[in-house]
Design a protein around this ligand. Structure first.
Ligand code: NAD
Ligand code: UDP
Length: 322
């Protein structure tokens, strides 16, 4: 079936596009390359069923786009340094971009999936975070261009589901990592893996006692497809993430070990303000509704990521790490 992946040249979008092609679908990928990379498409862009168009979703959708059956909206900067550099573009992608895609879904009778985020819970006072928790978000804080625009995108998605009969659902994605994430995008895994491979200092923001729960990208893609395709998910909000929670210092230790690095930790105060202190998804709903459960262990996922980063950074000897 014809499927649109907005943000398909990004980290998650490229893995999703590749998976959908493998399943035999026709994939239309649109991306303005604000934070994505054409190199992410290299291994499958020659396939006849793959179509790429450089395009900004804020401007609507490309006129030549045929009728779609499915629309995945992943088009938004996602790393804190990325959305800090592109605040207005981030807000417009998640608001105007979302509206354009929902209107298109209404016209085409297509299903819609909005890629929201665990940041919708802000700096949570409830742990772990479950879908009915309304969050602790600052509408004026330094992360608000991202958090609040995702919340607005969720609200827009629900309006079209309730009042315009669009078959839409919302994925609240928790921290995801893997090959093809940009080694320079400033997120935890890209920074620590790059720093360790190059034997540079590991930049831990604050004391490193804050926590995250990291999901490998293949698991996440499996969850996104399941959420789109499982009957009964219309109008549902579902957390997708791996509940295994660690402190930032623990992640640093694991990555040092797996890369056999000489790097040591330096503590800095570089975090994009209001750094959430604890984050762990409650995935009871995803398990029950989708039969979905993350399967890739942290060590395995990190080894694959390290191998990919080493190749990209021109350090092929690290292939042996796997
Ligand atoms: P990414 O930056 O690698 O991918 C986002 C893609 O969207 C990029 O290719 C970028 O060029 C494109 N894009 C941005 N604005 C656009 C616009 N206006 N028009 C067209 N394309 C545009 O980030 P990612 O990690 O792959 O994240 C994908 C989606 O998942 C995002 O919506 C993000 O908010 C969400 N998400 C990701 C994570 C994570 O841990 N990776 C966590 C929560 C939510
Ligand atoms: N972090 C860090 N050093 C880095 C990058 C990130 O200590 O070089 C921390 C950051 O302060 C946060 C966590 O790692 O507590 C996850 O950060 P990331 O930017 O990946 O995503 P977030 O979950 O904050 O959106």
């Amino acid at each position: 079936m014809p499927i649109l992946v907005a943000g398909g040249a990004g980290f998650i979008g490229s893995h999703l596009s590749e998976r959908l092609l493998r399943d035999g679908h026709d994939v239309w990928c649109i991306d303005n390359l604000l934070t994505g990379r054409l190199s992410n498409l290299a291994s499958f862009k020659a396939q006849a069923r793959f179509h790429f168009r450089q395009w900004d979703v804020v401007a609507g959708l490309p006129p030549e786009l045929p009728r779609m059956d499915r629309v995945y909206h992943l088009a938004s900067p996602a790393s804190p340094p990325g959305y800090k550099v592109h605040p207005v573009a981030t807000m417009r992608s998640n608001s105007e971009g979302t509206r354009h895609m929902l209107e298109r879904c209404q016209r085409d009778g297509a299903r819609f999936l909005f890629a929201s985020t665990s940041e919708a819970y802000g700096d949570p006072e409830v742990h772990p975070q479950f879908e009915d928790y309304r969050g602790n978000v600052s509408s004026t804080g330094p992360r608000s261009m991202y958090d609040e625009s995702k919340r607005f995108g969720e609200a827009m998605t629900m309006v079209f589901t309730r009042d315009h009969e669009v078959d839409a659902r919302i994925a609240r994605i928790f921290n995801t990592y893997g090959p093809r994430s940009d080694p320079h995008d400033g997120r935890l895994v890209p920074n620590f893996v790059r720093q360790c491979l190059l034997n540079e200092p590991i930049t831990v923001y604050g004391d490193g006692s804050q926590t995250r729960s990291l999901c490998y990208v293949d698991d996440l893609v499996e969850g996104l497809v399941a959420l789109m395709e499982t009957p009964g998910t219309t109008g549902e909000v579902v957390n997708l993430g791996n509940p295994e929670e660690h402190t930032i210092l623990e992640f640093a230790e694991v990555i040092v070990r797996l890369t056999r690095s000489r790097s040591t930790v330096v503590h800095t105060d570089f975090a994009v303000g209001d750094d959430p202190q604890r984050r762990q998804p409650d995935i009871t709903k995803a398990r029950a509704m989708l039969g979905w459960n993350p399967a890739v262990a942290l060590n395995t996922g990190l080894k694959r990521t390290i191998e990919a980063f080493a190749a990209e950074l021109g350090l092929p000897d690290f292939a042996e790490v796997a």
